[in-house]
Design a protein around this ligand. Sequence first.
Ligand SMILES: Nc1ncnc2c1ncn2[C@@H]1O[C@H](COP(=O)(O)OP(=O)(O)OP(=O)(O)O)[C@@H](O)[C@H]1O
Ligand SMILES: [Mg+2]
Length: 307
Amino acid sequence: MMDVVTIGWLTMDDIVLTDHRCRPNVLGGGALYSAIGASIWAATVGVHSVTGRPFLDRVRDAIKRRGLDTEGIGAIAGNGLQLWLLHETAADKQQVPKLTSSSADEMDRGRGPMPAAYAEARGFHIAPQSPAGSIENARRLGALPGKPIVTLDLLSDEFIDRRLYADPGFLANVTAFLPSEAEVARIWKPTDLHAWLRALASAHACHVGVKLGEQGSIVCDARSGALTRVPAFPAQVIDTTGAGDGYCGGFLAGLVAGRPLAECAAMGTVSASYVIEACGALETERPDPVERDGRLRAVLDGISTAA
Ligand SMILES: Nc1ncnc2c1ncn2[C@@H]1O[C@H](COP(=O)(O)OP(=O)(O)OP(=O)(O)O)[C@@H](O)[C@H]1O
Ligand SMILES: [Mg+2]
C-alpha cells in the first residue's frame, strides 16, 4: 500500500531570487515539493498531477529517478503550468503564469481520476491548486472508504479567486489544514491569530498549522485546542521555493506514521529545511537518516507552548 499521495500541480518555474539572479526551467510545483518532503520520511510516495504533453516523458523519468511513483502523472494539451516565481523579499513571494502557460483550471480539470492503487494510500496531501480543485479533492477523499488522512495547503496569488476559500466548510474531511500566515491574512484577515486558530480547529475538528517562514510554525490541536510553537531549523538557505510544500509533505508523513501532532510539525520542519538547502525539488538532498533524526531532535528541543 502506498504511504502518501500528493495531488496538485507540477510546474516549470523560472525563479527570480531576492538578489535578482534567475534560475530558469526548474521542475517544481506543490505536488512535487510536497512529495519530496514526504519521501524524506515515508517509503512509498506517489504524485497525482499533469504536465504539458511535450514534456511528459522527461518529467516522469526525472521524478521516477528520484524514487517517487509516477503512475499518477498524466499530460494535458499545451505546455502545462509555467510560472515566474518572484522572490521580492525573504518573506514575500508571488507567482505569475507565463504567457505560454496552461491555466490553473486546465491543470485541475486535466488531472482526472487517480489510479486505483493510489486510492488505497494511507494519506493524501491536497497541494495548492485552484479553489475548485482543492474543494473537490477534499470532498472526493472524504467519500473514500476508511476516511484517509488528508492534509491541505492553498495559495492566494492573484491568478486564482481566493474568495472561494472564504467559507472554511471545505475542511470537513481534512485532518490538518496547513496554510501560510500570509494566506491566512489575505483570505480571513483575523485580528487575533491564536483565537482564530482555536476557533477554526474546533469548528471543523481539524488540526491547523500556520507556516511562518523563518519564524517556524504554530500548530493547533483539533481536540484540545492546545497551541504549539515549532521553530524553523537553521538551514543553509539556497532557495526557499517549495518550503511550505516540503513542510506539508513531512507533516503528512508524520500523521501517517501515527506521531503526535507537534512531532508531525517538527518532521515537516525538517523536510522544509532540506528543500530550502537546494534549488529545485529534485535537487533536494536525500538525507542520511542519522543526520535527519539529529535535525528532528534539534527542532523538538525548541518546541514551546504558545499562549
Ligand atoms: N528562511 C528560512 N530558514 C529556515 N527555515 C525556513 C525558512 N523559510 C521557510 N522555512 C521553513 O519552512 C516552513 C514553511 O515555510 P513557509 O512558512 O515559507 O511556507 P509557505 O509560505 O507555504 O512557503 P511556499 O508557499 O513558498 O512554499 C517554515 O515553517 C520553516 O520551518
Ligand atoms: Mg505555500
